[in-house]
Ligand binder design. Structure first.
Ligand code: PPS
Ligand code: ADP
Length: 200
């Protein structure tokens, strides 16, 4: 379908943009159940980076499922398409020189593999926010687990739809007996060396 689409070659490269920003650009992908802590950690990490002068952007359900992906539901096929589009948007933002933080349930391993292929292995950090479904249900931040138990929500990840945990994430955060500050510090410690430009 795209055979006759021939990309233009641009004169400003991603390396030029990174150099201008004086930091590297890449995608930090948070995966985990609803209520596991993805948004909380991503937001706090972004704030810390922003205060350090790092150019960032956060992608999450609010700006994606209510906007560009408002045609998608929670069927396996639509979740796959949801993640594919987010990966493509992330790829553009990484090319634009940003540190992108993405917080999505992203329950399927093959979909997360595809993100890595789209943005490139070197530009992808996978963080598994590992919180048990029991704890997520106790937290029930948005009341969705209650609705799922009552049969009002179908395909609820962890209850009536699968979550395929990462086997070799770059970083695993277990939030159950850990403060938010401590989880955030683990992420910051992991990504800080990656912010340095490759030629430094
Ligand atoms: N059926 C079902 N399963 C899981 N989550 C549900 C569902 N229905 C609505 N929600 C709410 O939508 C948020 C998950 O959207 P995502 O785009 O991250 O999902 S996915 O990656 O496409 O699986 C998720 O947000 P978070 O709580 O921030 O994870 C939920 O609030
Ligand atoms: N170590 C932790 N890291 C992140 N969230 C935590 C942690 N400990 C407790 N929480 C709580 O868990 C909830 C996570 O909700 P949220 O960030 O919206 O999850 P998600 O984005 O994965 O759906 C918040 O109420 C948060 O205060």
């Amino acid at each position: 379908m795209q055979d006759n689409v021939i990309p233009h070659s641009y004169q400003v490269s991603v390396a030029n943009r990174r150099a201008l920003n004086n930091h590297n650009s890449f995608l930090i992908w948070f995966t985990g159940l609803s209520g596991s802590g993805k948004s909380t950690i991503a937001n706090a990490v972004e704030l810390k980076l922003h205060k350090e002068g790092i150019k960032t952007f956060t992608l999450d359900g609010d700006n994606i499922r209510k906007g560009i992906n408002n045609d998608l539901n929670f069927s396996p096929e639509h979740r796959t398409e949801n993640i594919r589009r987010i990966a493509e948007v992330s790829n553009l933002m990484v090319d634009a020189g940003l540190v992108v933080l993405a917080a999505f349930v992203s329950p399927y391993r093959k979909d997360r593999e595809r993100i890595k292929n789209i943005v490139g292995d070197a530009n992808f950090v996978e963080i598994y926010v590992n919180t048990s479904v029991e704890e997520c249900e106790r937290r029930d931040v948005k009341g969705l687990y209650k609705k799922a138990r009552a049969g009002e929500i179908k395909n609820m990840t962890g209850i009536s739809a699968p979550y395929e945990a990462p086997e070799t994430p770059d970083l695993e955060i277990k939030t159950e007996n850990e403060s938010i500050e401590s989880s955030v510090k683990k992420v910051i410690d992991y990504i800080t060396p990656k912010l340095k430009l490759n030629n430094e």
